[in-house]
Design a protein around this ligand. Structure first.
Ligand code: GLV
Ligand code: MN
Ligand code: MN
Length: 425
């Protein structure tokens, strides 16, 4: 539980700030984690993820909202409008967290969205259009290697067959895990029908340093960068680290090391300042100090705001990788995990967020989201934008990720004003 924060001004007086319901809930959710505080780890369909979903369902029901899950485990927390057949207004995000993450990524959009709905209800708002808070399944790629699984299925970007073929590190399938989690039904039913939503607005921490350094309250997202990821399985030849001479080796790890440097070079020399490349996962086998690495699995994340710049750099990595492997006698299996286009946000929603921020006396600026979000895929089925709030030094995906209660409250206020207006139209 959140401690009461104490502020000590120079005159020695003490002001005690009582944490809000939302602050307490963010702290409570952070305790449902596979790693001890301050780290948060909540992998899709792990005991922690299931407990967190159950806890959230309880909060939503206590607030008088209806909760349903689709066969992929996406949760829909619905406040029925007076004209329930009209396309709904949606908000939401994710609560799964990569290993050793922080407590705000995704959570601010889910619990902040719930808080915005509760505040509107408590203030007596009667929505004409229904408002839905969506908790997306597996925004993070930790379990199945692909991010935004729930929203990909909702948008039809990933087919049910592609989803069924996914396996986690222990070889378990999505069907096996979702059924064990109580999510039944055909994955084909997850795809949204045309016109299901009138608008989707996701509240999220910036995960970058701009808002904090420029002392701006609200970022209004105009574009979400184009992510891509690929996996390489490299097969060399193992052997005794003492007995095999250097000239006779096919060391799979050395090929991987060269490829990782090529990824860096291709990103640095793409001609676009927005290209970023990360070799975030390398597994070396057999993994013994006196044995030459014969097998490597590596996964590379590669992004840009412009699809063309990214794809040109990816082609360079492809050519270079084949040349490295040929020279080193390494067999290669190149698997594309995803290669998505960027998403443009809806200009009228961008303008709406700006006007609500201005009306609340908050400073704001337009920005690009360099991280991906479920909004990237929701943009394929309805108009979207995102509301960003500052976070400490831009830190994210690490335990010291932090957004202040004041920054979160400002984001919730802007989201609330947008939901109020959109649900009344
Ligand atoms: C989302 O977590 C991302 O990696 O952009
Ligand atoms: Mn994340
Ligand atoms: Mn996120």
């Amino acid at each position: 539980m959140l401690e009461l924060a104490r502020i000590l001004p120079l005159d020695g007086s003490v002001t005690t700030i009582v944490p809000s319901r939302l602050d307490r809930e963010i702290d409570d959710l952070a305790t449902i984690s596979a790693h001890p505080a301050p780290a948060v780890t909540r992998v899709l369909f792990s005991p922690e993820d299931l407990a967190a979903r159950q806890w959230l369902t309880g909060l939503a029901k206590d607030a008088g909202f209806h909760v349903r899950a689709d066969p992929a485990g996406n949760l829909f927390i619905r406040w029925e409008g007076s004209e329930p057949c009209l396309p709904s207004i949606a908000t939401g995000s994710h609560i799964d967290a990569i290993p050793n993450a922080g407590k705000y990524d995704g959570v601010v959009g889910v619990l902040g969205g719930l808080e915005a709905m509760r505040q509107l209800k408590e203030a007596g708002h009667v929505p004409k259009r229904s408002i839905e808070l969506i908790l997306f399944t597996a925004e993070e790629p930790t379990r199945f290697g692909i991010g935004c699984l729930g929203s990909r299925l909702m948008a039809g970007t990933t087919s049910p067959d592609e989803a069924r073929a996914l396996r986690d590190a222990e070889g378990r399938s999505l069907d096996e895990l979702r059924e064990a989690a109580g999510c039944r039904g055909d994955l084909g039913a997850v795809k949204l029908s045309t016109g299901a939503y009138q608008a989707f607005i996701e509240l999220h921490i910036e995960q970058g340093p701009l808002l904090e350094s420029e002392e701006i309250d609200i970022g209004v997202v105009e574009k979400i960068a184009a992510p891509s990821a690929f996996r390489l399985l490299l097969k060399g030849s193992g052997g005794h680290a003492g007995a095999v001479l250097m000239k006779d080796r096919c060391d799979a790890f050395l090929a991987a090391a060269e490829i990782a440097l090529l990824v860096e070079k291709a990103a640095l020399e793409s001609g676009s300042p927005d290209t970023v490349g990360t070799t975030g996962l390398v597994e070396v086998r057999p993994g013994a100090i006196n044995s030459i690495p014969c097998d490597v699995k590596m996964e590379v994340d590669f992004r840009d705001t412009e699809r063309e710049a990214r794809d040109k750099a990816l082609a360079r990595i492809g050519d270079g990788t084949h040349a490295i492997c040929k020279r080193r006698g390494i067999e290669i299996d190149w698997q594309v995990i995803n290669q998505d286009p960027p998403a443009l946000c809806d200009p009228s929603l961008v303008a709406l967020v700006e006007s609500k921020a201005a009306a609340a006396g908050l400073s704001h600026r337009r920005m690009i989201s360099r991280a991906y979000h479920d909004s990237l895929f929701m943009a394929r089925v309805c108009p979207v934008t995102m509301i960003f709030i500052p976070c400490f030094k831009g830190y994210s995906h690490r335990p010291d990720e932090f957004s202040s209660p004041e920054a979160i409250a400002k984001g919730v206020a802007v989201l609330k004003a947008c939901l109020e207006e959109l649900s009344a139209r």
